[in-house]
Design a protein around this ligand. Structure first.
Ligand code: CA
Length: 228
């Protein structure tokens, strides 16, 4: 398994890193919410282990952001916060499992393996007309041809593909692809829409397009919902 561990307590990090490495798993560590925000969007992980209390952005906020951005990687929250309302908050924010510290390493391992199996089964392709978005390999595919997407392109296309045919406001698309703290130049959105359009053209996709919606933002048009 390839795991992302988001945890700021050094002792916990070294304990988990050692234990998981001994089981043959590879572990990347983020010790702050800010670092984890970007890393989680890369979406190349089998499972994410997420602490709640972190410097910077907290775990629940991170999780909501990832889910809004189309990240479907299974997430296990590993936290000292063990009350029922806290568990409910974590699960409702998009956690797939919740384990309270202190915990038994064997139980954590078994839960992570179960989540990875489930993720493999569910992380299936999204079909839009003749076009397929494959989240697992992070590519757009049509017929036998593929265009790989960068993590940002993937996050943006996933946000558009979540509501095909519906206009989506620029601020939502920026938040989903660039994170809630984005305060740069919003023109970057148009630049990335341009990249995605080029990839659709290369695939000679005719039934899916990204349309500008004046005064709002963009929408993903799938043939039939907005003929032109
Ligand atoms: Ca912590």
């Amino acid at each position: 398994m390839r795991l992302l561990l988001v945890e700021d307590e050094e002792k916990m990090v070294s304990l988990l890193q050692r234990g998981l490495a001994e089981e043959g798993h590879s572990v990347d560590v983020c010790a702050t919410g800010g670092a984890a925000l970007e890393r989680g969007l890369q979406d190349g992980y089998d499972v994410i282990v997420l602490d709640w209390a972190l410097p910077g952005v907290d775990g629940v906020t991170l999780l909501k952001h990832w889910r809004a951005g189309g990240v479907r990687t299974p997430v296990l929250m590993l936290t000292a916060r063990g009350t029922t309302p806290e568990k409910v908050t974590g699960l409702r924010a998009g956690a797939d499992d919740y384990l309270v510290k202190p915990f038994d390493f064997e139980e954590l391992l078994a839960r992570l393996e179960a989540l990875a199996r489930r993720g493999e089964a569910e992380d299936g392709p999204v079909r839009l007309g003749a076009l397929v978005l494959d989240p697992r390999r992070r590519v757009l595919r049509r017929g036998g041809r593929e265009e790989p997407l960068t993590s940002r392109e993937f996050a943006l296309f996933s946000a558009l593909a979540r509501f095909p045919g519906e206009a989506q406001v620029r601020s939502r698309l920026l938040t989903q692809a660039w994170g809630p703290d984005f305060d740069g130049n919003g023109n970057v959105l148009d630049v990335y829409v341009g990249y995605l359009r080029t990839k659709l053209e290369r695939l000679e996709v005719t039934d899916v397009s990204i349309r500008s919606v004046r005064g709002v933002g963009y929408k993903l048009a799938v043939s039939g919902d907005a003929p032109q």
